[in-house]
Design a protein around this ligand. Structure first.
Ligand code: FAD
Ligand code: NAG
Ligand code: NAG
Ligand code: NAG
Length: 558
């Protein structure tokens, strides 16, 4: 059983985003160590001009890796990162309880795993503090995690010695936990081959996934994948599905086998003190990238020689600029970017999940009554995950939340109240498919319902008195795609000199995999420069023209 059960805090069924044990790669020394400048050029060419669209995990990792590869080969490169939001991090970002910078909490991606080498190595190199994911939990109850089906807790894990939790698991589920763990390990080790030569860097994610033998997992629903491997349905529903729901808002009949395995690989969950976005901020700094916040890219115009003109907009003006290469580092379907002349194939629009994240602080504990516990001394678990009750048929539907009505409720930490006269406050995080109603919040905190003649039931958390909810923050995300079974994935090369990281999200959607794809794109781009140089040709002239000459020099004042 080894390390799987060893970590005392979140352990096992606790969800997360692991992966990445073992191997990992250093920056792969690219084989051809020649200067990129063509001997035929009489004038020194300027630096390679690269535009990265998006300052999230993928874009930051692209810039970080590109700087390393280019420097190690002596290729001058100028990296400009355009970000339409006013902050770095994308779906990895924090907000401050009471707007107090002493209390940052994750609004998006909260956890990665100790052995996630792209993120962990970068945190180390950048001098960031990484600590256990449950570091700040109040630990008022021994019950760290419970799985709620809307009626009862079908499983509760205690913060006791691990042998006790293991004994309980085996007693209840027989060999299923061990089989599931072995299946997860085998799947993870296939995935990790993507990190190293000869798989890395990969021009086709589909081909790479096939070569390492992962298409069986991605083409099969999680429920079938587990069943085929003799993992019992009860264990799958009560524990693994609790994890696929909190991580991806999806039940096992819907989410593919590979992403289900990611949800099982949870050992050593960590986060960066102050916020995971600090990794991406540090990467961009280290890349010496010129980061333009509040800049929205509106279009990419492909030119005859495969370089591009990019149109962008800041708060005041529209502008355009020329680049050698451009990286679209986020989901294409939400980028609003038009590419002209059009690509042969645009990345497909795929359904994304809609997730309501509700953060709030309150002096009240979660209600023992709401969770059908026996007495006021029974505190609900610190992390409440959910699953479907036995025998429901909702697992296949996109709106599969079922009777629980929410994906998870976590007690994150305690904070001192803003005014000294009030009690200490608990900080909670709810994941749900709809906005939680004020009545739902009243119920889980055991608050009085106001008289019937008051506000309509459509009111939300902001309608509660500040004595009960001292602070709140709500956010609706498109956090990840619906991870339907599939066997093809969008490639990292959309057209010559136009690169894309988002294809990996239908495969595995995490900060680490986005960072891996960013690094992959950086490696492919550097190789392409070397190849061009090796050919000794003026770049691109023998490639098929992508625009008519008269369009090419068009310069519109924007
Ligand atoms: C609530 C929530 C919880 C999650 N939990 C976890 C977790 O615990 N662990 C984990 O690993 N992952 C988690 N994830 C998923 C994780 O956040 C993502 O997989 C990852 O951050 C994606 O990174 P990215 O760089 O690919 O995309 P993004 O972070 O979305 O970055 C893309 C960036 O591009 C910018 N952009 C887009 N279009 C344009 C344009 N036209 N011009 C300029 N800029 C543009 C966007 O503003 C954005 O900043 C979670 C996500 C959410 C929302
Ligand atoms: C992370 O660092 C370890 C130890 O230095 C190294 O062996 C590994 O290749 C690195 N992995 C990545 C992805 O950077
Ligand atoms: C780097 O790129 C920016 C943005 O396009 C540009 O303004 C700047 O002049 C470039 N610097 C060099 C040295 O090429
Ligand atoms: C970006 O815009 C926000 C408001 O929209 C502003 O507060 C912030 O200062 C801007 N940041 C930069 C770097 O221009």
């Amino acid at each position: 059983m080894g390390t799987f059960f060893r970590n005392s805090t979140l352990k096992w069924c606790l969800l997360i985003w692991t992966f990445l044990y073992a191997t990992a790669l250093g920056f792969i020394p690219l084989p051809k160590l020649k200067s990129v400048q063509s001997p035929l050029d009489s004038s020194e060419p300027g630096p390679k001009q690269v535009a990265v669209i998006g300052a999230g995990a993928a874009g930051a990792s692209t810039a970080y890796s590109l700087r390393k590869y280019a420097d190690s080969l002596g290729i001058p490169v100028n990296i400009t990162v355009f970000e339409r939001d006013s902050y770095v991090g994308g779906r990895s970002t924090t907000v401050n309880v009471f707007d107090d910078p002493a209390y940052p909490i994750e609004l998006g991606a909260s956890i990665f795993v100790k052995v996630n080498y792209n993120l962990v190595n970068a945190s180390q190199e950048l001098g960031l503090n990484v600590r256990g994911a449950s570091y700040e939990r109040p630990q008022e109850t021994n019950e760290v995690l419970g799985v709620w089906d809307g009626e009862q807790f079908v499983f509760v894990m205690e913060d006791s010695s691990s042998w006790w939790n293991i004994a309980k698991l085996i007693w209840r589920y027989g060999l299923a936990p061990i089989r599931a763990q072995n299946l997860m390990k085998a799947t993870v080790s296939k995935f990790l081959q993507l990190y190293d030569e000869p798989m890395f860097p990969f021009k086709s994610l589909t081909a790479a996934a096939a070569s390492v033998g992962l298409l069986d997992a991605t083409s099969t629903p999680g429920a079938t994948f587990l069943d085929k491997n003799n993992v019992s349905p009860d264990f799958a529903r009560e524990l693994i599905q609790a994890s696929t729901r909190v991580n991806y808002g999806q039940n096992l009949p819907l989410i593919h086998g590979l992403e289900s395995m990611v949800c099982l690989a949870t050992d050593g969950a960590v986060s960066v003190e102050g916020g995971n976005w600090r990794i991406f901020e540090g990467m961009l700094k280290s890349a010496q990238a010129d980061v333009r916040l509040n800049h929205t890219i509106t279009s990419i115009n492909r030119k005859l020689d495969n370089t591009v003109t990019i149109s962008f907009q800041d708060q005041h003006t529209k502008q355009r600029a020329d680049f050698d290469d451009v990286v679209i580092a986020g989901p294409f379907q939400y980028s609003g970017i038009t590419i002209t002349p059009p690509l042969e194939h645009n990345p497909d629009n795929i359904p994304f999940h809609t997730l309501h994240v509700t953060l709030f602080s309150s002096p009240h504990r979660l209600s023992w009554k709401y969770f059908n516990l026996k007495s006021p001394s029974d505190l609900p678990p610190e992390t409440i995950l959910t699953t479907l009750p036995r025998g429901t048929d909702l697992g296949n539907t996109e709106n599969g939340v079922g009777p629980a009505g929410f994906w998870s409720i976590s007690t994150l930490r305690t904070v001192d109240a803003p005014s000294e006269t009030t009690e200490q406050q608990f900080v909670y995080k709810i994941f749900s498919p709809e906005r939680p109603t004020a009545n739902f919040i009243r119920d889980i905190l055991d608050l009085e319902h106001p008289g019937t003649a008051t506000k309509p039931p459509s009111t939300g958390i902001t309608d509660l008195p500040t004595d009960d909810v001292s602070w709140s923050h709500e956010k609706i995300w498109h956090p990840y795609p619906f991870l339907y079974p599939r066997v093809t994935f969008e490639d990292p090369i959309l057209a010559p000199n136009i690169w894309y990281t988002g294809g990996i999200e239908s495969f595995i959607s995490t900060m680490e995999t986005s960072a891996l794809m960013g690094k992959n794109v950086a490696a492919l781009m550097t190789r392409a420069w070397q190849d061009q140089d090796e050919d000794g040709e003026v770049r691109g002239l023998d490639d098929a023209p992508v625009v008519q000459p008269d369009e090419q020099d068009e310069r519109v004042e924007l």
